[in-house]
Design a binder for this molecule. Sequence first.
Ligand code: SF4
Length: 79
Amino acid sequence: MTKFKVIHFKNDCISCGACAAINPDFWSLDEDGVAHLKGSKEVEGQWELIIESIADMASNKETEDACPAQVIKVEEVEE
Ligand code: SF4
């Protein structure tokens, strides 16, 4: 099964809130107003979440497109 990785370059997030507004299943704002990718883990300074559903990939692709700071990336994971 194809897997996807959602990556958040949190250090460059500008706290606009667009991700949490359009995709609250995956995105929220923490108490400092910085976006948080729900269920993600920090890997070498960026936050990552593996997803397997095409629908989840599509919703996060939309979120990637909506992020004005371009700090969200969705990529296919090579098995
Ligand atoms: S849309 Fe991008 S810049 Fe705005 S809060 Fe979310 S991750 Fe940060």
